[in-house]
Design a binder for this molecule. Structure first.
Ligand code: GDP
Ligand code: MG
Length: 164
């Protein structure tokens, strides 16, 4: 069985963009249209010769109209099935209530699961400084990424595949 890596986080942090970046293909629909990505949100990938499955989550929700409990429900289901988790946040919007809810959920419920905490959209020195404050989630070793331009993604993947 190939290990399963789940990508979780609230809507619009860039999960589908990162999914596409990691798989180097346009398989997930970035602008979450309800229903569209449902049957394609687990895709095989390869990094440094190691194979894995990557799961995008939340792409099948209406982007700006998500009920928090359903987001939490999806996140829980995704994580239970996964061997490890990428928890993605967005430096441009800052930390939100939903980010903190997911943080608490991960820390309380999944203490034995490897969680890679990443701050996305970090594309300038100022945003790097802003991203430092995301350690207030309790995740003290954040990866700073840009799913859009790819920076930081390789370093995180090295660590993830190493851990599996
Ligand atoms: P999801 O809802 O978490 O799957 O987020 P999407 O991947 O659909 O991205 C939401 C929005 O953020 C889109 O407009 C993306 O183009 C944008 N976005 C995603 N990743 C980045 C990034 O690394 N940098 C910037 N500046 N924008 C990004
Ligand atoms: Mg998405």
């Amino acid at each position: 069985m190939k290990p399963l890596i789940a990508l979780v986080g609230r809507p619009n942090v860039g999960k589908s963009t990162l999914f596409n970046r990691i798989l180097r293909q346009k398989s997930a629909i970035v602008d979450s249209t309800p229903g569209v990505t449902r049957d394609r949100h687990i895709m095989p990938g390869e990094w440094q010769g190691k194979q894995f499955l990557l799961m995008d989550t939340g792409g099948y929700c209406a982007a700006n109209d998500v009920i928090s409990s359903s987001m939490i429900e999806q996140t829980l289901t995704a994580i239970r099935d996964a061997d490890c988790v990428i928890f993605l946040t967005d430096v441009r919007s800052g930390l939100t209530y939903d980010d903190l809810e997911i943080s608490k959920l991960l820390q309380r419920t999944f203490q034995n699961k490897q969680i890679f905490f990443a701050v996305n959209k970090v594309e300038s020195p100022q945003l790097t400084i802003d991203a430092e404050s995301f350690v207030s989630t309790g995740f003290t070793n954040p990866y700073f990424l840009s799913a859009k331009d790819g920076s930081g993604v390789a370093d995180m993947l090295d660590d993830i595949l190493e851990s599996l």
